[in-house]
Design a protein. Structure first.
Length: 78
């Protein structure tokens, strides 16, 4: 089970991955610099990804994923 405070909701639209909100600056619908294949690799446990949020230039390490949430290595919400 993914810890709630480390989870980041995401959506895939037109082969792009979007976070519903940046956990650092609050900007809505932020496009992440990863592809749906990367999310599938995360959910299979094959790799970890370092993602840079372009809106505020904050880096986040993603370690797992399911069909609704990305799992970060640190808390991204309370």
């Amino acid at each position: 089970m993914i810890p709630f405070e480390n989870s980041l909701p995401y959506d895939i639209q037109m082969n792009e991955v979007y976070a519903s909100e940046c956990p650092f600056c609050g900007k809505r619908d932020v496009r992440l610099p990863i592809k749906p294949k990367d999310v599938a690799d995360l959910s299979g446990g094959h790799k970890k990804l370092s993602v840079l949020f372009n809106c505020c230039h904050t880096r986040l390490q993603l370690i797992d994923a399911d069909s609704d949430y990305l799992l970060a290595d640190r808390a991204v919400r309370s």
